[in-house]
Design a protein around this ligand. Structure first.
Ligand code: PAF
Length: 277
């Protein structure tokens, strides 16, 4: 069932809540792949009712060209979601989410600022704003997010804590292709040759993380990873950083949970990945 308006969505949700059902929401921008489906399956296991939202959120695109070329495939997405299955797809038009006069921005300081936040100014304000709205619209008990977008997951966790939103955030493991490449809608934009090289990003940061655990200096291991990625034919390494897993601030303390995060360009496509260290 595809629902387009908040009023309709609320009608369904109120009925479910009146029956005592728990509700899980999987926010997406469509162009679904196995990564998204794994979130929906996790929600299916945990919750009585599952909503997937499909909304290409203009506020999180700092580049208008990216927004225009973002893939839209609602029929195919609905067919995939039917295999899970989910109970409801909420796919509103832009003016249903941002009606005339909309003025509020949710901004999470600190964790939103480095890495993706620095490369894509305003991106996380757009994410935090729409996610807050989607939680309010769906009244979900649990929200499912992929660890592939690690920084986004930390922004959402901080947001929910800071605003006392009554939703539990579940961070689900990154789903990878057989060669290790993290699943992403962007992978489809790679050429065949690019696709052949793309998993080097994951392999290089995995090797760096292993070397760091074995005692190599963080800086040296990261430099070697960047060289491996460039040598494989990537256009550019934007960053490879070892950060505190929660705050995303620089961390040289091996005793606290750390995350290695990377962004690199291949075939004009920006790929990101991250792993625990
Ligand atoms: O990860 C995404 O697809 C988006 O950032 C999200 C969480 C659906 C918000 O638009």
């Amino acid at each position: 069932m595809i629902v387009r308006t908040v009023a309709d969505l609320r009608r369904h949700v109120r009925g479910w809540r009146a029956d005592g059902a728990s509700i899980g929401v999987v926010p997406t921008m469509g162009a679904l792949h196995d990564g998204h489906l794994s979130l929906a399956r996790a929600a299916r296991r945990d919750c009585d009712r599952v909503i997937t939202t499909i909304f290409v959120n203009p506020k999180q695109f700092n580049n208008p060209a990216d927004l225009l070329k973002y893939p839209r495939s609602e029929d195919a997405d609905a067919a995939l979601l039917a295999t899970v299955p989910v109970d409801l797809i909420f796919a509103p038009a832009t003016d249903e989410v941002y009606p005339e006069g909309f003025k509020t921005t949710v901004s999470v300081a600190g964790v939103s600022e480095p890495l993706e936040g620095r490369m894509r100014p305003g991106h996380f304000d757009g994410v935090a704003t729409v996610v807050t709205k989607l939680f309010g619209m769906t009244m979900a008990d649990r929200g499912y997010f992929g660890q592939k977008d690690w920084q986004q997951l930390q922004v959402v966790l901080r947001l929910v804590r800071d605003l006392n939103l009554p939703v539990e955030i579940i961070g689900c493991e990154t789903i990878r292709e057989a060669d290790g490449l993290a699943m992403s809608s962007r992978n489809l934009r790679l050429t065949q040759a690019g696709r052949g090289k793309a998993a080097v990003l994951y392999r290089a940061i995995t090797a760096a993380a292993d070397d760091i655990r074995a005692g190599q200096s963080d800086r040296m291991a990261i430099r070697e990873a960047a060289e491996t990625i460039r040598a494989a034919g990537f256009d550019r390494v934007e960053y490879i950083e070892l950060r505190d897993a929660q705050t995303l601030m620089p961390s040289d303390d091996p005793a606290s949970p750390r995350r290695m995060l990377a962004a690199a360009w291949l075939d004009g496509v920006r790929l990101i990945d991250n792993i625990p260290v």
